[in-house]
Structures are given as structure tokens and as C-alpha cells.
Design a protein around this ligand. Structure first.
Ligand code: NAD
Length: 280
């Protein structure tokens, strides 16, 4: 069996075009403010890509850079200022933050009506209770990829490898909300393969290249590779793609799978927040 390659880039492009067309009909542009604190090179690339895509879709964006030594107070003051700026509908705090800043405290400062990543405790609580009004972009992109490929989630066994607050846990909740039977694996899971082999839907989000080999995949599974690993100038996922695509029914490539969907969902969430604020 050779798997269907889930073309996240093409699916994301269609979503972006739809958003662009809708934005063009609006009197005022939706506005996104991205905050980067520190010198993380990956964060700079991600924010650069997000802003470029915003521009293509006609969404206003601005970037706020804070130095590596920035204090928690400085970041919180900036978030509060942006909370009160009318042209800003969406605030994105790029993670990770420098160690002297509490991520929890910072995310808690983002006004719920501007929380584009759904990371504020209020939105996390809502997701937990089954309310998906504003959910994080990567998990939302993963679910959309599954839906776009016609994957039935209800009643399926879904295994997520990774339990982070930004990918693993919210993805698990979204799958649970759709009636999957969900298993969350992590770095302390003993015998990972025993779990992954039972997955009808396997989500790899560990950040470990080739962690998931073909023998760990159930024949005919849907495999979503979230990992972005850089080595020797190459980008690869967490799944041994070449071998896995002979075993899975469908699989996402890296790059060109979940990555572009995350950005498309950011645009979608920004537009949603803009429309909701206009209605108030
Ligand atoms: P993280 O480091 O916060 O979490 C990694 C998780 O994987 C942890 O819960 C850890 O317990 C688990 N893990 C690590 N090693 C493991 C192992 N050997 N076996 C089982 N579990 C293991 O990372 P994150 O922020 O959740 O991101 C995960 C990956 O997804 C990274 O490669 C990241 O770059 C990528 N990512 C991609 C996108 C995208 O848009 N495509 C978005 C966010 C993150």
C-alpha cells in the first residue's frame, strides 16, 4: 500500500484564498500583533512567515520585538497596550519565552477577545469543556487536515505522541470532542510502539526525528506528522516518512503538511476575532 499524501500546502492555500477574498470585502483590515521576546532563531522565522502570509491575505500585521533580557513586566505592559489598541484584533505571543518570563502569566494577560492562539487559561478551559470557539492553530490545522481527507474520527482509536500545551494536549481534547478514543503518549511512556500500533489516527508531535518507524504504524492508519526537526540543513518530521508511507493509508509530508495549515488557521482565527469584535 502506498499512502495518500495529504497535501497541507494545497489545502492551506485554498483556505488562504478564501480568507483573502473575504478580507477584501471588509471596510477595515483585520489586525494581528506578533510579539517575539528573545533571540530564538526559529521564532523569528515563524513570525516572519506568519506576517508574510498575513500580508498576502490583506491582513494588517505588526511585529513587537523584546530583547532576550526583557522582564516579565515589560512584556505584560506591551500586551496590555495591545489589548487596548483598536486596530489590533489578534495578539500572538510567540513561544518559547525567555526563562525569566512566566509563560502562564504572560498568556493570562492576553485579552480573551484577542487571544488568536487560544492559549489563555480562559480559552484552554473552554476547550476542556467542549467549547471550541477559539482553539490553538496547530491542533485546529490537524483536525482540518483530517476532515479535508474525509477521515472519520468518531469511534476511532487516536494516539498522540507528545503532551505539550500547544500541540499534544489540545489536539487530544479536540479528538475527544469528536468521539475518538484517545491515548496520549509522552517521553515517559513505556513501550511507545505498543500504543502507536493500535492507532487508526496517529499524531506525532514529539520533536524527535524518525521516532515513529514503519513497524510502529498500524496498516492503513492515518498519520499526521507535526514534528519540525532541523539537521544538516534539512527539515524532517517525527515519522520515518519513506517507510511509513508504504504502511499508512494517508500521511502528511514535512515540510508541506501541518506547517502551512498552522499559518492558515492563524489567519482564520484573526479574521474570526475581527468579525466578533466588530459585532460588539
Ligand atoms: P515540546 O517539546 O513542548 O513537547 C514534546 C512532547 O513530546 C513532550 O510532551 C514529550 O514528552 C514528548 N516526547 C519527547 N520525546 C519523546 C519520545 N521519545 N517518546 C514519546 N514522547 C516524547 O514540543 P511541541 O511544542 O509540542 O512541538 C512538537 C514538535 O512539533 C516539534 O518538532 C515542533 O517543532 C513541532 N511543531 C510544529 C508545528 C507546525 O506548525 N507544524 C507547530 C508547533 C510545533
Amino acid at each position: 500500500m502506498t499512502a495518500q499524501i495529504i497535501d497541507g500546502k494545497a489545502i492551506a492555500q485554498k483556505i488562504k484564498e478564501k480568507i483573502k477574498a473575504e478580507v477584501a470585502t471588509l471596510g477595515k483590515k483585520p489586525g494581528l500583533a506578533a510579539i517575539i521576546a528573545g533571540d530564538n532563531p526559529a521564532s523569528k522565522i515563524y513570525v516572519g512567515m506568519k506576517r508574510k502570509t498575513c500580508k498576502e491575505a490583506g491582513i494588517y500585521s505588526e511585529e513587537h520585538k523584546l530583547p532576550e533580557q526583557a522582564t516579565e513586566k515589560e512584556l505584560i505592559e506591551l500586551i496590555r497596550k495591545l489589548n487596548n489598541e483598536d486596530k489590533i484584533d489578534a495578539i500572538l505571543v510567540q513561544l518559547p519565552l525567555p526563562p525569566q518570563i512566566s509563560t502562564e502569566k504572560a498568556l493570562n494577560e492576553v485579552a480573551i477577545e484577542k487571544d488568536v492562539d487560544g492559549f489563555s487559561p480562559a480559552n484552554v478551559g473552554k476547550l476542556m469543556a467542549g467549547n471550541e470557539n477559539m482553539v490553538p492553530c496547530t491542533p485546529k490545522g490537524i483536525i482540518r487536515l483530517l476532515e479535508e481527507t474525509g477521515t472519520k474520527i468518531d469511534g476511532k482509536s487516536a494516539v498522540i505522541v507528545g503532551r505539550s500545551n500547544i500541540v499534544g494536549k489540545p489536539t487530544a481534547l479536540m479528538l475527544l470532542n469528536r468521539n475518538a478514543t484517545v491515548t496520549i503518549c509522552h517521553s515517559k511512556t513505556s513501550n511507545l510502539a505498543e500504543h502507536t500500533r493500535k492507532a487508526d489516527i496517529l499524531i506525532a508531535a514529539a520533536g524527535k526525528p524518525k521516532l515513529i518507524t514503519a513497524d510502529m504504524i498500524k496498516k492503513g492508519a492515518i498519520v499526521i506528522d507535526v514534528g519540525i526537526n532541523k539537521a544538516d540543513g534539512e527539515i524532517s518530521g517525527d515519522v520515518d516518512y519513506k517507510q511509513a508511507k508504504e504502511k499508512a493509508a494517508a500521511i502528511t509530508p514535512v515540510p508541506g503538511g501541518v506547517g502551512p495549515m498552522t499559518i492558515a488557521m492563524l489567519l482564520e482565527n484573526t479574521l474570526k476575532l475581527h468579525k466578533e469584535r466588530k459585532q460588539k
